[in-house]
Design a protein around this ligand. Structure first.
Ligand code: SF4
Length: 1068
């Protein structure tokens, strides 16, 4: 790339800075124009610094920089000001990272083919890729007999074993352990004799052989509230069936309150034991009881290591099994990523099983300030994930871009952007003892959605910011895409510096971050209003008004105070179908369905919780809410509460640090007891990788058309994202996730209805077990310490044995494997010429789809499972794959054939051309209804142009390059919408698709369009950003639209038929 550094007109303001006797240099921006600089929002100062430092008169000009200095002036004009921005680095996750690297590999081929040097295709700025999106909750406490059974060769009919049917307990346990199956024992309850039992009054006797073994052991029987209540209500003897696990639950490290084999098998608690003692004790218990140790367990004791403590572990093996399956499914993709890590310079790949991208960014990757050969400058980042904004909480400006934009930045291009308005969000007051950062973010999200901040920066200020920890701020910044802003920025302050120390950043780094930020006037004191910059507009939040909240059932901005939740849910049930309605008929409001699960009968109703997931970097990066959930679980267990076994409960931490502090603070056993076992280190339920629900649950829901619920600590709950069978999904703090899991329903008023009953039949209310902020803070201060970060992150790039054994090709040009169904050379450059083709109007196009408002990228390019009857499934089946091997769309983004077939393949898509939701459309000329992909193929054969008609906020949701590449592959040449989501619009341009916007006050309906017309879009060689474009309808009608190509650079991409072609022509 060209080096124009010598031409930088701002070299004259380079200063030196001495930090601990070491000399650094930096650009002193304030010295150029102190008056203007002091009024700039802190987020704009970061953009300005990048402009000044990279000003070379070519990529970034002096005029660009002056525009940023004049930010305040531009706020007063209506004019749209375009500026260029070069971020310091790029961050990728594996779903979007794979297609980015596939494009890089294909670009190398294309440059090579045009006679250029393929090695020019190489990241120029640092790019970090975290593999976190692939792991699924195949196994959890309640999913053992859904996905698991078939994997180990055990027929489904043998899933449930009964002690009475099996002569020897030992062989039963051994068999069950080997096949990972649940076991049931029959317990004889003698309610006439309840005073003299080991566990005390109300505890059932074990009967027969089992009882003898139990009493021989040195432990006491746990009181089970379920048994106790049954005993108290019953009379005489009765037999209860109790589910037990052949695999004990324990991590050997600091195993306070560990559960040994017998405790898992017969519900007996062992005292606190160290690993060796535990092993000895196990041997002792087993030999006393005469139970042979199952093979699987012997192996576990000697071979299995807890992935974070690297010591023998016996805990729930859901984590290990999910990781095994993740590897089995994704081996090819992972090998490709490993090739990328070796082949491309300047790229760190964080292997699977390490954590979630934004949490790893926050805790480890973010520099806050870069030191490049002694030159200090602020960290800034773009990421191929919309929640990249989480890092704004740490004072790093950054946001999500499409994969195609990220590729351009990796190739040294500047991002072209509109100089943003900056909304000041003043925070005052103090949080109540019961409110969490999740409640704050749901409140902020609703507020900012209402006032409208789409496309703007939000910058937080005011004395209330001091109330918020960096983790709290990161949670608020994380949900920036949900409130629609480009960034949600918290400037660097004393708390940022303290967080860098807490997370074990080096003393040298901490020192130069603080000194540089102060010297550059980018360091904030939130109590000092004299530092407040000028904002475009200001909104306020008094923290004392924040109450425990949830959001849903279908959108993150639909916050409901937890106290109003029961009422809100019942209103949603009967309201007409929409964001707040399910349209359930009056006579079906009380519908219920009974079903069998693990030998017991349960009942589901509208509002029943079937998924409860502590998930998402939004919350897992925040120790206060994670420890809060742990403390609530502990109090719940102490009060004798349980979670119904059919509810799919899971905990997926965003890094090993979480496991560490949960373990150290002693809350893991309680979480596990309620089913919140650690199931994997990745996005999991947050991205919709929820895995299967028990078949009997699915059947009960589907047959009775029930509105069952998912409760998750995630940030998105669009229909179809979390699970096809949870029509209502609520976002909530991890504390409320645990609470609603215990309640088993959202149809509950916690003020007047108890969560459950204690063993002595005392009602237990949420307020009895809800930890206060003060309690949580005390535990957090004690247990979240730098040594944990040091330990966990010293191993972050090492990877598991499976990763290290993985073989990857050793070539500069990727050797494409024709038979691969995961990685395929994309067709973007197939018909490309070295010269730019001329611009053509789009003639007589048909509407492939006629869509309404808020069509998300989940609708356009779903990431979840591949339906068995879909075109993608047919493609995979034709290549000999069984449904079990299909994996998800997200995991198959390296294969354009599958992604094209998955485009618009969301079961909830509403296409006005057909009567029912689903991935179907009408092939207009024939009038036949068919799958969208099949219709597109038919149009292609007939050489028909295609467009899409859409409503407001088209392409809202996660940034997905396939939401633009997929339509390109289907042959869509233009999208006419009422409005576009920011990143998605730029991605459409990046693929050479024309985004057109209906004029203010107009829409398809008001123009009388039915979607069955033929459309001609007239564009010419002199096309200009933002101009009006006429669309002819049929023979005589027409309407005007606004071209949503917003900048000259975007126009250059469009003219080149996309940004990738633009780059190849530039570098070939
Ligand atoms: S927001 Fe959810 S999907 Fe996105 S990176 Fe975080 S956990 Fe993963």
């Amino acid at each position: 790339m060209e080096n124009r550094d010598m031409a930088n007109p701002y070299n004259t303001v380079k200063c030196t800075l001495s930090v601990n006797d070491k000399a650094y240099s930096y650009f002193n921006l304030r010295s150029v124009d102190p008056e203007k600089y002091d009024k700039l929002p802190f987020s704009i100062r970061i953009l300005l610094e990048s402009g000044v430092r990279n000003c070379d008169g070519f990529h970034i000009t002096k005029e660009d920089v002056e525009k940023i200095y004049n930010w305040e002036l531009h706020q007063k004009s209506e004019e749209t000001i375009e500026v260029s921005f070069k971020p310091s680095r790029v961050i990728l996750q594996d779903f979007t990272g794979v297609p980015a690297l596939v494009d890089f590999a294909a670009m190398r081929d294309a440059v090579n083919q045009f006679g250029g040097n393929p090695l020019t295709i190489n990241p120029i700025c640092p790019a970090d890729l975290v593999i976190d999106h692939s792991v699924q909750v195949d196994f959890s406490r309640s999913a053992k007999d859904t996905a698991a059974a078939t994997d180990f060769g055990c027929p489904p009919t043998q899933r449930v074993l009964d002690l009475e049917d099996t002569p020897a307990y030992g062989s039963l346990m051994s068999h069950a352990a080997r096949h990972r199956l649940p076991v049931f024992v029959n317990l004889k309850v003698d309610s006439s004799n309840t005073n003299d039992t080991i566990g005390g009054r109300g505890t059932p006797h074990w009967t027969g052989e089992m009882a003898n073994r139990t009493t021989k052991s040195c432990h006491s029987i746990e009181q089970s509230p379920a048994f106790t209540r049954s005993v108290n209500k019953g009379s005489g003897s009765s037999v209860l069936r109790r589910r037990v696990s052949p695999i004990p639950t324990m991590c050997g490290h600091h195993c306070d309150g560990v559960t040994c084999l017998l405790s898992a098998a017969s519900v007996i608690e062992a005292p606190c034991l160290k690993v060796e003692e535990t092993k000895k004790n196990l041997d002792k218990c087993l030999s006393l009881s005469g139970i042979p140790i199952p093979d699987r367990l012997c192996q576990t004791l000697t071979d299995r290591l807890c992935p974070f403590h690297h010591i023998p572990s016996l805990w729930s093996d859901a984590l290990e099994k999910n990781q095994d399956l993740e590897f089995e499914r994704n081996k090819e993709r992972f090998a490709f990523l490993k090739w990328g890590a070796q082949s491309f310079k300047n790229m760190i790949v964080v292997p699977p099983g390490s954590g979630i991208v934004h949490q790893v960014n926050l805790e480890y990757l973010a520099r806050v300030v870069f030191d490049k050969d002694g030159l200090l400058y602020p960290d800034s980042v773009v990421g191929t994930d919309s929640h990249t904004t989480m890092i704004n909480g740490l004072g790093v400006v950054g946001w999500g871009v499409g994969g195609i934009e990220a590729e351009a930045v990796m190739l040294g291009q500047a991002i072209s952007m509109v100089l943003p308005q900056v909304i000041g969000y003043r925070i005052t007051g103090h949080l109540s003892q019961l409110a969490t950062s999740t409640d704050v973010v749901l409140t902020v999200t609703k507020h900012l959605r209402q006032v409208g901040v789409v496309g703007k920066f939000v910058e937080f200020f005011g004395p209330g910011v001091n109330e918020l920890s960096i983790a709290d701020r990161a949670t608020i910044s994380n949900m920036c895409p949900e409130y629609g802003a480009t960034v949600g920025y918290f400037p660097v302050d004393e708390k940022t510096i303290a967080y860098l120390r807490q997370t074990n950043r080096s003393a040298e780094q901490v020192a130069y971050v603080e000194s540089y930020m102060k010297a550059a006037s980018m360091f904030r004191d939130f109590n000092n209003s004299a530092q407040d910059p000028v904002f475009t507009q200001i909104y306020e939040l008094d923290l004392s008004t924040v109450v425990p909240s949830l959001s849903g059932p279908k959108r993150p901005q639909d916050r409901i105070a937890q106290s109003d939740f029961k009422l809100d849910f019942s209103q949603c049930l009967s309201s007409k179908v929409g964001f707040k309605g399910f349209g359930i008929a009056e006579e079906k409001l009380n519908a219920s369905a009974s079903f069998e699960y693990e030998g017991s009968t349960y009942t589901l109703r509208h509002g029943s919780v079937v998924i409860a997931a502590i998930t998402s970097c939004t919350n897992t990066s925040n120790p206060s809410v994670m420890l809060g959930a742990g403390l609530l679980a502990k109090k719940a267990v102490e009060a004798g509460l349980e979670v119904a076994p059919y509810i799919k409960t899971s905990l997926s931490p965003g890094s090993g640090v979480v496991t560490y502090y949960l373990k150290e603070s002693g809350v893991i056993p309680a979480l596990e007891k309620l089913g919140f076992n650690i199931v994997g280190y990745g996005c999991m339920t947050c991205i919709g990788n929820s895995g299967p629900l028990p078949e009997s649950v699915v059947e009960a829901i589907e047959k009775n058309d029930l509105v069952c619920c998912g409760i998750l600590s995630g940030n998105r709950n669009f229909e179809g994202r979390i699970h096809p069978n949870t029509r209502a999904n609520y976002l909530a703090s991890p504390l409320l996730v645990v609470a609603y899991a215990i309640a088993g329903t959202v149809d509950i008023d916690f003020e007047i209805q108890p969560l459950g009953y204690s063993p002595d039949n005392r009602p237990v209310f949420l307020r009895d077990i809800y930890p206060t902020r003060k309690e949580i803070q005390a535990v957090e201060q004690q247990f979240v310490i730098p040594a944990m970060f040091q330990q966990v992150y010293s191993r972050i790039t090492k990877g598991s044995d499976s990763w290290n054994k993985l073989e990857a090709p050793q070539y500069d040009l990727y050797p494409w494997n024709e038979s691969s169904t995961y990685i395929k050379k994309p067709p973007f450059f197939d018909d490309m010429t070295k010269d730019i083709p001329s611009i053509q109007s789009i003639k007589e196009a048909h509407a492939l789809l006629f869509l309404g408002d808020s069509v998300t990228t989940d609708h356009i390019s779903p990431a979840g499972s591949i339906a068995r009857n879909s075109p993608a499934a047919r493609y995979l089946a034709a290549r000999g794959l069984s449904p079990r091997e299909f994996n998800s769309y997200g995991a198959r983004r390296g294969n354009d054939e599958i992604m094209a077939r998955g485009t618009f393949a969301n079961i909830r898509l509403i296409n006005n051309l057909v009567s029912k939701p689903g991935p179907r459309t009408i092939h207009i000329p024939s009038g036949e209804e068919m799958d969208i992909f099949d219709a597109a193929e038919r149009y292609r054969k007939d050489k028909c142009n295609l467009i899409v008609l859409a409503g407001k906020e088209y392409g809202t949701g996660s940034s997905r390059d396939w939401a633009a590449k997929g339509p390109w592959k289907l042959g869509i040449t233009a999208v006419i919408a009422e409005s576009f989501e920011r990143i998605h619009r730029s991605n459409l341009v990046g693929m050479g698709i024309l985004p057109l916007q209906f004029l203010e006050g107009q829409q398809a309906k008001s123009l009388g369009l039915t979607g069955r017309e033929k459309f001609t879009i007239n564009i010419h060689a002199d096309i200009k950003p933002g101009q009006l474009v006429e669309v002819q309808v049929g023979e005589s009608g027409s309407f005007q639209t606004q071209l949503r190509i917003d900048t000259e650079v975007e126009l250059a991409y469009f003219i080149n038929r996309g940004i990738l072609n633009y780059m190849v022509r530039k570098l070939a």
